[in-house]
Design a protein around this ligand. Sequence first.
Ligand code: CP
Length: 314
Amino acid sequence: MPPRMTDPNRSLLTLRGLDAGTLTTLLDRAESLLPVVRGADHIPRIVSGAVVGLLFLENSTRTRCSFEIAVHRLGNHPVILTGQGSSLVKGESLSDTAANIAAMGVQALVVRTSLAGGADLVARVTGLPTINAGDGRHEHPTQGLLDASTLRSHLGSLEGKRILIVGDILNSRVARSNMHALTTLGATVVLVGPPSLVPWSFAECGPQIEVSHDLDAVLETADGIMMLRIQLERDAGRSVSSDYRVAFGMTSSRASRLQEGVPVLHPGPINRGVELDDAVAADIARCLVLEQVARGVAVRMASLERALTSGAPV
Ligand code: CP
């Protein structure tokens, strides 16, 4: 099947290369939709009637449910396909799966897959507006946007801010999307973790990217901190020692050294007692995981609206 063109103004495959204006437009639109998510405003039927295929071929709680809610909130209809419930288990390829769903007449696709580049492949095979909901170690653009939205709302602006991302950077699509978004919006990103998960080569990604293997040395320089999970499903457990929490966990003791107002984020799912202590997770003034989740619905509404409306600015 020949590759087809997908409209870059509708698809969201990566945050790499999106300029500050595009990111800010999406974030501003998400901000305006947040009252809908919080139940304080009416449900806008902005693009009613479209059918959106949600291809969740790798496990997900937050991303899948928030996309499904976002589709409903916009007055559209989701069709959900999961890996285990599909003919992928009989050996059908991702390309053929996507082409078949597209042939049924959906107007856009959302793709979660363990295959890096999988969302881009789906966009090229189908020519449909496609949103990457996480593809292997590559990117998770709507997670990067919801994290930027959360940080922006707490810090006012990201310009000149110093954001620590701590943990399994090597295997993290969340870290990659955040690096693109946060630096484009003016922040410096400090990648922190053991050398096995944060090689020095990450420092070559750009002038606003730093690497540290010593969390305690950089902790108090942070304007915001994002803790990441060790990605056991990508074999990262082999690369960490049993005292990971002692060296890189956000313990209560470390949290007490943070300046007041420095937020702690985590994309979820949390491995409690490893990268985040229970007491830190329970401190809702500091730890914004559920605010991130709420903002995720608004960001996904804004991304779907962009996908479904003729490339017009949102
Ligand atoms: N943050 C995130 O992508 O979570 P899920 O894997 O549960 O969707």
